[in-house]
Design a protein around this ligand. Structure first.
Ligand SMILES: N[C@@H](CCC(=O)N[C@@H](CS)C(=O)NCC(=O)O)C(=O)O
Length: 209
C-alpha cells in the first residue's frame, strides 16, 4: 500500500488529491513543520535524504519529488487515468506542465519568499523577480483562457502539479486580474475528491477560502 509522508501546509496535499481522485487505498504518515522555522522535522530524512515532502513509499519503493510521484502513481496504479494518449498534443502539454510547475513556475515565487526575509537589502532584486512572476502568470493565464485544464479538456497529471503554484500565488494576492487562473483554482476547489483530500490532510493554508 502507498504511504504518503505528509507535511502540513505543503505540496504533498496535491498527492492526497490525486489518490482521492483515483480512489486508491493509502495511508498518511504525518509530519509537522517547526513552529518557528517552518522547516520539516528531521524524521523526514529517515525516509529520503532530502527530507522534503511529498515523499511516498510503496513496498520497497521510495519516491521523492511531486512530479516523479505523480508519474509513478499514474504508471503503477492509475489504470490509464489522467495520462493523455502518447503522440497527441495533449500528451505534450501534460509533460510540459508536469515539469514546468516546479522547474520554472515555482522559482520566482520562492525567490520572492526568500529575498523577502532580507527586507530592504532585497530591493535591487525585486524588479527582476516581480517581472519573472508576471511572465509566469501571464503565460498560465494565456493557456487557461484557451483550455479548461492544463492538457486540454480533461483533468490530467499536469493539473495535480499546477494547482500548488496557483494556490500559493492566490494566497499571496498575486492572482488579482488573472481571472482564468482564479476560475481554474475555484473549479478545482469544488471537486469532491479535492475536498476529501483536504479533510484527510488537515492543516492547509491554500485551500478554498
Ligand atoms: N520540488 C519539490 C519540492 C519539495 C519541497 O520543497 N517541499 C517543501 C514543502 S512544500 C518542504 O518539504 N519544505 C520543508 C523543508 O524544506 O524543510 C517537490 O515538488 O516535491
Amino acid at each position: 500500500m502507498i504511504t504518503v509522508h505528509h507535511l502540513n501546509n505543503s505540496r504533498s496535499q496535491r498527492i492526497l488529491w490525486l489518490l482521492e481522485e483515483l480512489n486508491l487505498d493509502y495511508e498518511i504518515r504525518r509530519y509537522e513543520r517547526d513552529a518557528k522555522t517552518n522547516r520539516a522535522p528531521v524524521e523526514l530524512k529517515t525516509i529520503h535524504p532530502l527530507g522534503k515532502s511529498p515523499v511516498i513509499t510503496d513496498g520497497d519503493n521510495v519516491i521523492a519529488e511531486t512530479g516523479a510521484i505523480i508519474e509513478y502513481i499514474l504508471r503503477e496504479h492509475g489504470n490509464g487515468r489522467f495520462v493523455p494518449a502518447i503522440g497527441t498534443e495533449e500528451f505534450n502539454l501534460y509533460q510540459h506542465f508536469l515539469h514546468y510547475a516546479e522547474g520554472s513556475m515555482m522559482l520566482p515565487f520562492l525567490l520572492a519568499l526568500y529575498t523577502g526575509y532580507l527586507g530592504e537589502a532585497a530591493e535591487p532584486l525585486s524588479p527582476i523577480i516581480m517581472g519573472e512572476i508576471k511572465t509566469q502568470l501571464d503565460y498560465v493565464e494565456y493557456h487557461l483562457i484557451r483550455s479548461d485544464y492544463f492538457a486540454g479538456d480533461e483533468l490530467s497529471g499536469a493539473d495535480f502539479m499546477m494547482i500548488f503554484p496557483l494556490e500559493a500565488a492566490k494566497a499571496r494576492g498575486r492572482l488579482l486580474g488573472y481571472d482564468a487562473c482564479l476560475e481554474y483554482v475555484e473549479k478545482i476547489h469544488k471537486r469532491p475528491a479535492y475536498l476529501k483530500a483536504l479533510e484527510k490532510g488537515g492543516d492547509y493554508a491554500y485551500g478554498p477560502s
